[in-house]
Write a protein that binds this ligand. Sequence first.
Ligand code: NAD
Length: 485
Amino acid sequence: MTDLPFDPGELFIDGGWQPPADGRTLPLRNPSDGSALAAVARGSAADIDAAVAAAQAARAGAWGALTAAERGRILARMGTLVLAQADALARLEALDVGKPLKQGRADAVALARYLEFYAGAADKLMGQTIPFASGYTAFTLREPHGVTGHIVPWNYPMQIIGRSVGAALAMGNACVLKPAEEACLSALAFARIAHDAGLPPGALNVVPGLGEEAGAALAAHAGVQHLSFTGSVAVGRLIQAAAARNTIPVTLELGGKSPQIVFADADLDAALPYLVNAGIQNAGQTCSAASRILVERPVFDAVVARMAERYRALRVGPALDDPDVGPVISARQRDIVGGYLELVRESGLQVAAQAPLPATLPAGGWYVAPTLVADVQPGHRLAQEEIFGPVQAVIPFDGEAQALAIANGTPFGLVAGVWTRDGSRALRLAHRLQCGQVFINNYGAGGGVELPFGGVKASGHGREKGFEALYGFSTLKTVAIHHGA
Ligand code: NAD
């Protein structure tokens, strides 16, 4: 790629671009056709050291000296620049992630919205005065942690950077961001935007590289005071162990097996677009993908038939053609999803519909046929494991109690959707579903800048997004002054 406003072979540290300490690069590939896209910097522990040192200096210097309102103004400028470049960012994400253009544009708009939201929130998180003993005045101060480490995956780089780095900067932290090795161009573009918006040097440092090299070095770094990790459960556990060794807080945003529950009294016309889109969006590579559709038995056949109709009409294609479903991120991911489709065949499960793969697809691209599987047993691996591909399992149920037991019956707990016209039932389920977000008569896979987000059980802990994130990216100090009665 020659038209990038930065050199992907360089890291962004202390407000400037520099080659990695040992000069190594990693190849990025275009998922739509498998072609070489760019050679991106492969950061090492030495680069993470430099990034953390720059962040510490920023905290002690110009960045740490800004008022909350001044930080907000810079974030607002970043948001404006992101919005102005939304089409270019969407194209970058199409090439790098294989994300259809309109989904990439939605991610860029969401990134801008995160920056706007946290720009406005930066000077609105306040401490309290506390009625304490006679002769005392006691109050609390909200303070940044210091240096925050952000390890993000490839599936929604812009949205995840917006929600974690945006909130961390609003609170005055200095950030070291380690994007994913599969796709990191939008993270580097974001660094360029931050620089152009006047973010002081060192407040944001971006070090691409391998998880086990740059990622592990960041997670273990003694100069980091908070870690925000979004990714797989297995790596999340490593991150939490690394955080424990340095006794620092960690936010884990991990995987999911999120259900949408459709009762017989639901408005099916309203539900149908959400049922399918929340499964195939970003080729199913969404942590909050609705990969399980639970349907009450009287409407089971009707829902499967209507979902199947939609599946058969899905357009699969290269990301720049803006299809409904693009490629998955890598040959490895295609093979993992292919393994689950093999399991469907071996288990004799019923494929209700599959979207056709056009003969014109580029041969080197990593495409998977979106697949709807009906009548899956709740305990089957297809209904228990995160597939991270455009595959949905439809599960029948009888009554509310059974729906709840199935919905809660996986190791995960990220998001759930409930479709019913019975308001009391909707509220009962909202209380009893074990997850971090419940959508009633709608479903927001990944959406909702303002809505606190995060998981329970294996889906992680801590909350990002919304105002709530500001509590996670700050620490509370209590001051008690004795002045006499
Ligand atoms: P992954 O855990 O392999 O990688 C995520 C990030 O961690 C990457 O930047 C990677 O380089 C880094 N990493 C890998 N090994 C590391 C190590 N040993 N030490 C430090 N860092 C390391 O995840 P993935 O497969 O790329 O992403 C998909 C997963 O992310 C899915 O499980 C998905 O559900 C989850 N996810 C969750 C959310 C959420 O908000 N809950 C959002 C998006 C994705």
